[in-house]
Design a protein around this ligand. Structure first.
Ligand code: SAH
Length: 265
């Protein structure tokens, strides 16, 4: 599909215009009774054309570019529910499902991929799954295992909350204009009951971030602001954060939760 809106770099617009990939991405989310669908950045409707006929009044698109919003009404009809605004600022209650869970999908603007993903993560109790087309490099960071160079904050935080899979890659030529990086579609299926659950989710986030502060340093070094010189038994502090499994991060968090945390944190 050739776009009728000239792409703007400042909005991270790389429109998909290869129907094969549009169909393939749309087919990753099956319509489920009681579920709603939210599309981040529908743009000129490359994916929307394949999603909206199934989801109809259960579909919400969130699009920042007014020109695209007009285009969507023209091509898909005035009943389509589009919220014109910034996904990062719009009240989530305006797109979350009041009666059940939501599926989130999108070819997301690359300049704010991680903030968008963290926003979805914050809402994980209301989101069933999230299928996004993102930079392959970020996709790798989400799915990688301990010991890999890509394993970090994104891997631990998302793998604790969701089953994360890289579904397939999308070549730059499938977009207009083609991005300078490779892209991939990733699916995160949020657990009803995560296999590893920290007692204090906020502390888990702090521990993971602090542990990865300087990748080459040991846990003992990085975690100093949190634990000072207190002894830790759940993991060996001479290790580096990149070697710890999600389960080990959870155990470490639970142990730290039992300590007297300094009042500066
Ligand atoms: N889904 C379309 C467009 C993808 S490009 C396609 O595949 O062709 C990314 C889209 O996100 C653009 O339409 C852009 O305008 C929109 N966008 C950029 N920043 C946004 C934000 N903060 N909130 C919502 N949409 C945004």
């Amino acid at each position: 599909m050739k776009s009728s809106v000239a792409p703007k770099k400042s909005l991270g617009q790389h429109f998909l215009y290869n129907d094969h990939y549009c169909r393939k991405i749309a087919a990753t989310v099956a319509f489920a009774p009681g579920r709603t669908l939210t599309e981040i950045g529908p743009g000129t409707g490359a994916l929307t054309r394949f999603l909206y006929p199934d989801w109809r009044d259960r579909y919400t698109g969130i699009e920042l570019d007014r020109r695209s919003v007009e285009d969507l009404y023209k091509s898909l009809g005035p009943e389509i529910r589009i919220l014109a605004g910034d996904f990062m600022e719009i009240d989530p209650e305006s797109w979350l499902n009041p009666e059940g869970k939501t599926t989130v999908i999108g070819n997301v603007p690359y300049y704010i991929t991680t903030p968008i993903l963290f926003r979805v993560l914050d809402l994980k109790d209301r989101v069933a799954e999230c299928v996004v087309l993102i930079q392959k490099e970020v996709a790798r960071r989400i799915i990688s295992a301990p010991g890999s160079k890509d394993y970090g904050i994104l891997s631990v935080q998302f793998q604790q909350a969701a089953r994360c899979e890289l579904l397939f890659q999308v070549p730059p030529g499938a977009f207009f204009p083609p991005p300078s990086v490779d892209s991939a579609v990733i699916r995160m299926t949020f657990y009803e009951t995560p296999p590893e659950r920290p007692g204090n989710p906020d502390l888990f986030r702090t521990v993971v971030r602090t542990a990865f502060h300087a990748r080459r340093k040991t846990l003992k070094n990085n975690l100093k602001p949190l634990i000072q010189d207190r002894p830790v038994t759940s993991v060996d502090l001479s290790r580096r954060a990149e070697t710890l499994s999600v389960a080990e991060f959870v155990r470490l968090t639970d142990e730290i939760a039992g300590m007297q945390i300094p009042s500066t944190l």
